[in-house]
Structures are given as structure tokens and as C-alpha cells.
Design a binder for this molecule. Structure first.
Ligand code: BGC
Length: 925
């Protein structure tokens, strides 16, 4: 019996362990399964209404296995989900394509027509197995030709109503537009294509469509007008329905009217055009379009909406159910057929803004004027939601500012003539909750007027508004000042995304200045998925080009400045280069190359004299000035010669254009031309500015030296000498402080590090004394200032939320401190260069970046020369990992000592090539 029992129990044990082993292998299988995620079309997830006829498709591979490379892909695109399920790629069957490309794969299937739908999926083969088909993704086409819009009327009403004003402080009430429609039967599929200028909110049967705010993205409406597309199948019903739109002003009916009209562009009264496409269950179709039967009233609650001055909302004028069936609109006016804005109609290929976050105020205090000051604790961009109770006609006023004066009142001098005031007039109906619709503010403090007693903090909520883009990067390190600078940069960058990158969100400016983002865009791309925003901005720049080739300082050119500089205009090429390096976007280069070249030739023809570029407009904008109260320095030892800046920058742009010419396929003709021109410039530049006695350029500012160093213009073998001279300027003359402005700061941190003085770059990054980013932090900044001396300077030009002084700081955080850099030869992080400067001064960095191929991580610690580094390389990419030692046997990879016979050193580094996976490295440095 006993024996039997034993055998039995042995059997059971065996069975259990077998089952266990089986489960383990199953779970290993599951872990190592290749999953396909993040399917995107033109960098957007399931976009509706695109107008790219050969869109690019991307996906990511996800697996627990390491060292995984894609060997081939197969894409199926079908006209219906059913066909796709049956593996019938009636639009495109790529077949099995041997390729490692998993991003930006160009659709080469059947030509798609307007409004067509395309369902797609992908499958891949890797060196570690085959994936299943991905989930289904989709895109739909927009309206591809002007002809298809022709019978859709633009409707508006070119007239003022009581309370409106065309003046410096423009006022115009929002227009509430409605159209009852009748649908003959059940709806199978419905999409709306809407152009609502300047801003719109769209409703069906009282329900707001979409979660976007302040839509659409702004453009120069005389050049291009963006339409948005929504699937509205579930909002429509058989029988009666009502379409409702509120039209706001945005940049269309500009904030300043009949005030400096030579400079400020305005486009007229708000207007709209819309197509609603309905497909019924019986297969029949109908299109509803805007025409003069649509009705509107200008007497709704939004009495005024002006991006600079604020919104006035009179809740007594609310019109209950105005956008629902059954409302009597007999006393509403008919819209009129008005002229088109003038620009070509285009699909909006970048997301709208959205409420991205919320901020709870931290304190509220009474003033001796009977008002209250609310502190949000953070300089933020968006608006304030209020909850109030009171009598009908009571008025609450909210005035927004970034900081307080010594006496505790709002500091508003730096807002110039922007009134930044919202007003809410109560209807007297219990608790009333309100937030504005068509304005935003840049603020930390709000002065509240109209409260009879002290309100409580929970009556207020800050709504943070910027373009709906993913946060892709995190960064944390051992230095608290640097961490706070990162947070400030995060708030500053995101807050200034407003469908275009603007300079500041608070004063009467808010313009997309090119020079502010020339290099900034690159640093920002490590923190936000800003690819589509910047691709849109390149179009804005292209559309603002003059026929002879000039491009403006601000694009879209809402302010008409064609200063013909190089450092601001150079953003056109620099941002394209960023999109290529960071996102592998070749298309922007191909699309814009002719316009960039035209601009280069235009500058050469008009301003190149004796091989130097003679035109510059802003100099090295915003250098730390000689006295703390002033904005602009006039001290010749601080300023860098404009011709030097332009010539060096132009030389740099020619190098970028050589690279673009190769991508564009025009290299034979263009590269020799750029080369010859660049050589001539370099020769004259060095002859004129280079001082061989003290190895300095011009008047020996840091900017004058850093540009030729960064652009590789310094005569051979003298780089090190010039670098040492520059270091002397920083370390000794400037006592370890920044002395550069917007131009020099773009190259400072990386140049210091590349030439071996990462420690000095670290000193600049972690400084707390003036001038430095840390000085801003020490003085309470929660964003980045426009001026190094932002706390003391004249308010005339002193925004507390500008990002241009970041220069290349964020790039340096990621590339040089975290060691996350895209190899420009294998862009889009197909190959990652991981080469942190471990000895710069930090003891640890913990950073991550969601690249288009997947998430990269770098977490290192240095403890008394002992390095511990954990890093993640995404699937289908590889990394070149640099460890600063000449002896590979001092390096452990995943616990195993490296064989110094196998691992050779390069310039004092052990260089490992790692395929995808997570690794730990330890080493003695
Ligand atoms: C803007 C800057 C801009 C500069 C150009 C300022 O008013 O705010 O960001 O680049 O003008 O001069």
C-alpha cells in the first residue's frame, strides 16, 4: 500500500512539476511573443480626414525577448473592416517585404478618393519569430479638391452689433449658429467636415462634439485654412436633429483692430463652412452643407472674446436649448453668404488643443481693496474655472498676472496693453460653474473682484491648455536645481504650444517667432511628441514666404515682419533637421527643400557682400545686460557683431542643406554649389574675425567663439586653442556664468561638453547665481524667463514665460547627461548613441524617452568611480554604448566581465553595440 502510495505521490509530483514547466514555458512564450502596438498613420492614431494621398504608416514592436530585429513586414489595407478580417487587402496588399522599417512606411496602394476609409493591419517577421496580425487601425481621407467644397457656402455676417467694437481693444460677441435638419432614416455612418474661423465649438442636439478646445489650429487664413473632421454617427438620430456652432474670434477677427494695421493682420468677421456626410442604413447618402438658411444670434452669453483682453460672459443671456430640437429661432437672423478666407482648404494634420491638466490653487488672500488674490502655485497657461453663487447681475472679475509686486498687488506692467481679464455676470441660479471658451491666459495669480466674502479654494480650478500631445520624456537627476529647471521648462514649453509655438502666453504678443525655437524645438522634442506641430509650423513658414524668397520673423505672419535675418529665419532649416533626426521625417525635407533653397539664394543675392552675410536683425538677443534694470545691452563687449552671427549661421545652414540635398536627391547640382559658397564664407570669415594672437573671434564674446567652434569653421588644429580661450572667458572673465543670448546659448552646452568640459557645462546648468537658469529658480520662477534678469528688468519686454533662453539645455540634458541621442545617420533613434558624460558633476540620472521606435531608458549612478547603469534599447533598434575606460575587463555587462581581447577601445571608451533589450552595466571608471 505504502509503495503504491509513494508511486502515486511520485507520479503526482512529476505531473505537477511537468505542468509547472509547461506553464513556465507558456508564459515565456507569451512574454517573448511579438506584439504590434502604436499603429499610426501620418504620426496620428486613427486619424479622420487626412489629405496626404500616400500616408506613412508606423508601428512599434513589443516583446519580452531581447535582441529582436524586424526582418520583414506585411501590410494589408482594406476598404472595410470585414474585408480586412478576411485578409483581403483590396486597397493595398504589400506582400511580405523584406525590410527592417517599422516607421514611416509609405502607402503605395490604390489611389484613395476624398472621404474614403482605409482599414489596415500589419504583421512582422523578426529574428525571434513572427507576430500575429496587429489589431485593426484606420484612417479616412478628407476632402481632397477645392471643387468638392465649391457648393458649400461660407456663411457669416459682416457687421457689428451693439457692444461690439473695431478698435485697439477689439470686442465682438460670439455668434451662436444653428441649423435644424431632418434625417430620413437610421444613420449608418456620419462625418462632419468643419471649418470654423477663428475658433469654433460644434454641437449636435446639444452635445459638444470632441474634446478639443480653441480649435482649429491657427494659420494665415489667406494662405491655408484647416478643416477638422469628426465621426458623428452616434450623435445623430432618425428624424429631427440640430447642428449648432459657436463662432469665436481667435486670430481671425484679430485682437487689435485698426491699430497698427500695417503690422497686425486681421481677416474679418468670423465665418464657417461645413459638410455633414450621412450614410443611411439602406446605403443611400446625403450631404448637408452650410448655406444662408442657417440662422444665428450675436446676443448670446459670450459678449466678448479677445485672446489678449479676456472673455466677458453674461450668464443672464444664456439661451437654453439653443442647439437642440424644438427651439424657436424665429427671431434669429439668417447667416449670409460671405467670401472665403482666401487660403487653400487643408486637413488639419496635428491635434487640436485640449485641457491637458488641472491645477488647484494653493492660497487665497484678501487685499485692502476688497478683492482677493488667488495663487495657483504655478505659472500656467489656460484658464480658471470658477464656482459661484449669488444674485442675478452680480459680476465676478478675474484679472490674470504672472507675479505680484512688493505690495502684494498684481504685476501687470509686463502685460503691456493686454487686459487679461475675464468677467462673469451671474444669472442668480444656485451654484454656477463657469470657464471661458475662446481665450487663454498665462498666469500664476488672479485678482478676484466681486466676491462679497472670502471664497474658498475649492471654488477654483486652473485648467491647463495646450496641444494634445503625449509627454514623451522624463528626466531626473542628483541636482535639485537642474530638476526644477526641467520642471520649469516643461511648463514653459507646453504652455507656449498653441497650435503653433508662440513666444509667450500673457502679454499682447503671443506670436510664433522663428528665432525662439531655432534650436529649442529640438530640445522640446525629447519631452513632447511635437512632430506634427512642428511639421505644421514648417508649412506655416512656407506659406509666409514671399514670391522672391524672403521668409518672415513670425510665421504665420500675424505680425508682418520680414526682417531678413539669418538666425531667426534659420529655424526653417533647423526645425526640419530636428524632425529628420528625432523622428526620421524625410518628407518634410523633400517637401520644403525647394523653398529653403529659394530663401538661401534670396539671402545670397540680396545680402551677401564680399562673401559675408551682412544682414542681421536681432543680434545675440537678450544677453545679460550691464545693468540689472535694462532689457537690451548697449555694452559693445557683451554684444556680438551681427554680420558675424549671420555669416556663421548661414555657413551652418549651408552644411545642413548639403545633408538635405542628399535626402532630397538633388545632390549633384546643389552640393558643389553649397560647398563652394561655404568655403568662400569660411575663408573671409576667418580672415576678418579670427585673431590668431589670442585665438579669439571678433570682440571675444563667448557667442563669437562658440559659433565657429560648433559649426566647424575654426582653422584646422586651432580648435582646441579657441576652445581654451572661450573657456577662459566663461570661467575667469565671466566667473563661471552665462554671458550668451538667444543665439549663443543654442550651442553652448553641447560645445563645452564635446570639447571635454562637461563639468563647466554642468556648472552653468546648476548655477544659482546671476545670470543662470538656476537664478530664475532661486527667485521663485516656475517657468523660464524671457530675460536673464527677469526679476529686475524693465517691464516693457519682460515675460516670465518664454522658452528661448533654454538654448540647447534640454538637448544637453538628454544627449549628454542621460546619454539618449539619435544617431543622425540612422535617424528616428533607429540607432541610439548612449554616451553620458558621467564625470560632469552629477551622481545619478534617471531618464526615459518614448522614441518613435519605442521607449529608451537610461538610469545611471556613479558612486566613487563605480558606475552602475541600467539601460533599455527598444525593439528593432540598436545602441552604441560608450563607457569611459580603456580596459574592457573593468566593465561588466549583465554581470559578466567583458573580454578585453574582444572589446576594443575607441578614443578612451569601450564601445558596445547592443541590440534591443534591458541591460545592466557596471564598471570602474
Ligand atoms: C519676442 C521674442 C522675439 C523677439 C524678436 C520679442 O518681442 O517676445 O520672443 O523673438 O521679440 O525680436
Amino acid at each position: 500500500m505504502q509503495i503504491l502510495k509513494k508511486i502515486e505521490s511520485n507520479r503526482i509530483q512529476k505531473a505537477i512539476s511537468l505542468a509547472f514547466a509547461f506553464l513556465i514555458s507558456l508564459s515565456a512564450l507569451a512574454q517573448n511573443e511579438i506584439k504590434l502596438t502604436n499603429l499610426q498613420c501620418e504620426m496620428l492614431t486613427n486619424p479622420l480626414g487626412i489629405d496626404v494621398v500616400q500616408p506613412r504608416l508606423s508601428w512599434q514592436l513589443d516583446t519580452g525577448a531581447s535582441q529582436v530585429e524586424q526582418m520583414a513586414y506585411h501590410i494589408l489595407v482594406a476598404s472595410s473592416p470585414e474585408k480586412l478580417t478576411n485578409n483581403e487587402g483590396d486597397l493595398w496588399d504589400s506582400g511580405k517585404v523584406n525590410s527592417d522599417a517599422s516607421v514611416n512606411v509609405v502607402y503605395t496602394g490604390k489611389t484613395l478618393d476624398s472621404k474614403d476609409e482605409a482599414y489596415w493591419k500589419v504583421k512582422v517577421w523578426t529574428n525571434k519569430g513572427v507576430s500575429n496580425w496587429s489589431e485593426t487601425a484606420l484612417w479616412s481621407m478628407g476632402i481632397l479638391t477645392y471643387a468638392e467644397w465649391k457648393s458649400t457656402r461660407w456663411i457669416g455676417y459682416n457687421q457689428l452689433f451693439p457692444g461690439d467694437s473695431v478698435s485697439q481693444f477689439a470686442k465682438l460677441s460670439a455668434r451662436y449658429v444653428r441649423k435644424p435638419i431632418n434625417l430620413k432614416s437610421k444613420v449608418k455612418n456620419a462625418k462632419v467636415y468643419i471649418m470654423g474661423m477663428g475658433l469654433y465649438e460644434f454641437y449636435i442636439n446639444g452635445e459638444k462634439i470632441g474634446d478639443q478646445v480653441l480649435a482649429p489650429v491657427p494659420t494665415d487664413y489667406t494662405q491655408n485654412v484647416k478643416y477638422n473632421v469628426f465621426d458623428v454617427t452616434s450623435q445623430l438620430q432618425e428624424g429631427d436633429n440640430v447642428l449648432g456652432t459657436i463662432l469665436g474670434n481667435g486670430r481671425f477677427f484679430a485682437m487689435r483692430q485698426e491699430y497698427k494695421p500695417y503690422k497686425i493682420k486681421s481677416f474679418g468677421f468670423p465665418k464657417m463652412a461645413l459638410q455633414l456626410d450621412v450614410e443611411y442604413e439602406d446605403g443611400s447618402k446625403e450631404t448637408i452643407k452650410t448655406d444662408e438658411s442657417w440662422k444665428f444670434t450675436p446676443y448670446g452669453p459670450i459678449r466678448s472674446n479677445n485672446e489678449y483682453d479676456g472673455e466677458v460672459y453674461d450668464a443672464r443671456k444664456e439661451i437654453p436649448n439653443w442647439n437642440k430640437v424644438g427651439f424657436d429661432d424665429s427671431d434669429w437672423l439668417n447667416m449670409t453668404w460671405v467670401q472665403e478666407p482666401g487660403g487653400f482648404f487643408e486637413a488639419q494634420m496635428t491635434p487640436n488643443m485640449k485641457i491637458m491638466d488641472a491645477v488647484k490653487p494653493v492660497s487665497i488672500s484678501a487685499t485692502n481693496r476688497g478683492t482677493y488674490i488667488l495663487d495657483m502655485g504655478q505659472n500656467m497657461v489656460g484658464w480658471l474655472q470658477i464656482k459661484v453663487k449669488g444674485n442675478r447681475g452680480d459680476k465676478i472679475t478675474m484679472k490674470f498676472a504672472e507675479s505680484l509686486q512688493d505690495d502684494g498687488s498684481l504685476y501687470i506692467a509686463n502685460l503691456r496693453d493686454a487686459r487679461t481679464t475675464d468677467e462673469y455676470i451671474l444669472k442668480g441660479d444656485g451654484e454656477e460653474v463657469w470657464e471661458p471658451t475662446f481665450v487663454f491666459h498665462g498666469f500664476r495669480f488672479v485678482e478676484l473682484t466681486g466676491f462679497k466674502s472670502k471664497p474658498s479654494l475649492d471654488q477654483f480650478l486652473g485648467k491647463v491648455v495646450y496641444d494634445n500631445m503625449e509627454t514623451t520624456g522624463t528626466f531626473e537627476c542628483s541636482n535639485e536645481t537642474m530638476n526644477q529647471i526641467f520642471k520649469n521648462a516643461f511648463w514653459g514649453i507646453s504652455g507656449n504650444y498653441k497650435g503653433m509655438p508662440i513666444d509667450c502666453p500673457q502679454r499682447n504678443e503671443r506670436q510664433p517667432w522663428l528665432g525662439d525655437r531655432t534650436t529649442g524645438a529640438y530640445g522640446e522634442s525629447f519631452i513632447f511628441d511635437n512632430q506634427t506641430l512642428y511639421a505644421k509650423w514648417l508649412d506655416d513658414i512656407k506659406y509666409s514666404q514671399t514670391l522672391d524668397g524672403g521668409i518672415p520673423d513670425v510665421a504665420p505672419a500675424f505680425w508682418r515682419y520680414y526682417g531678413d535675418g539669418v538666425t531667426w529665419q534659420g529655424a526653417y532649416m533647423k526645425v526640419a533637421d530636428m524632425l529628420y533626426t528625432q523622428f526620421g521625417d524625410e518628407k518634410v525635407i523633400k517637401d520644403h527643400y525647394p523653398y529653403m533653397k529659394k530663401w538661401l539664394l534670396y539671402m545670397e543675392a540680396n545680402y551677401l557682400k564680399d562673401d559675408l552675410m551682412t544682414k542681421d536683425k536681432y543680434g545675440d538677443w537678450c544677453v545679460p545686460p550691464e545693468s540689472l534694470e535694462i532689457i537690451r545691452s548697449s555694452d559693445p563687449t557683451r554684444l556680438t557683431d551681427g554680420e558675424l552671427l549671420s555669416s556663421a549661421f548661414y555657413y551652418h545652414l549651408l552644411q545642413i542643406m548639403k545633408k538635405f540635398a542628399k535626402i532630397e536627391g538633388n545632390s549633384d547640382a546643389d552640393i558643389p554649389y553649397y560647398d563652394a559658397l561655404a568655403e568662400r564664407i569660411k575663408k573671409v570669415f576667418n580672415a576678418k574675425y579670427f585673431n590668431r594672437e589670442n585665438y579669439s573671434y571678433a570682440n571675444n564674446t563667448v557667442t563669437a567663439n562658440v559659433l565657429p567652434l560648433a559649426f566647424n569653421m575654426v582653422p584646422d588644429n586651432l580648435q582646441q586653442k579657441v576652445f581654451e580661450n572661450m573657456v577662459h572667458q566663461i570661467e575667469v572673465v565671466k566667473e563661471g556664468h552665462i554671458s550668451t543670448g538667444v543665439v549663443g546659448t543654442q550651442f553652448l552646452m553641447r560645445t563645452l561638453t564635446n570639447f571635454g568640459r562637461g563639468d563647466l557645462a554642468f556648472k552653468l546648468a546648476s548655477n544659482k547665481t546671476y545670470p543662470s537658469w538656476g537664478y530664475m529658480v532661486e527667485n521663485g520662477a516656475t517657468t523660464i524667463w524671457e530675460l536673464w534678469n527677469g526679476n529686475t528688468a524693465d517691464p516693457k519686454m519682460n515675460s516670465q514665460n518664454h522658452v528661448m533662453l533654454l538654448g540647447d539645455l534640454m538637448i544637453w540634458y538628454y544627449e549628454n547627461m542621460a546619454g539618449i541621442k539619435s544617431n543622425p545617420e540612422k535617424p528616428g533613434f533607429k540607432e541610439i548613441i548612449m554616451k553620458p558624460d558621467f564625470k560632469a558633476g552629477l551622481s545619478y540620472v534617471n531618464a526615459s524617452y518614448k522614441s518613435i521606435h519605442g521607449e529608451i531608458k537610461s538610469h545611471w549612478k556613479l558612486n566613487r568611480n563605480k558606475l552602475y547603469w541600467e539601460l533599455t534599447v527598444p525593439v528593432n533598434t540598436s545602441a552604441k554604448v560608450y563607457i569611459p575606460t580603456t580596459d574592457a575587463s573593468k566593465v561588466n555587462l549583465d554581470g559578466k566581465e567583458l573580454n578585453s581581447k574582444v572589446y576594443k577601445t575607441e578614443n578612451n571608451y569601450v564601445v558596445l553595440t547592443l541590440e534591443s533589450g534591458t541591460y545592466t552595466i557596471s564598471a570602474k571608471l
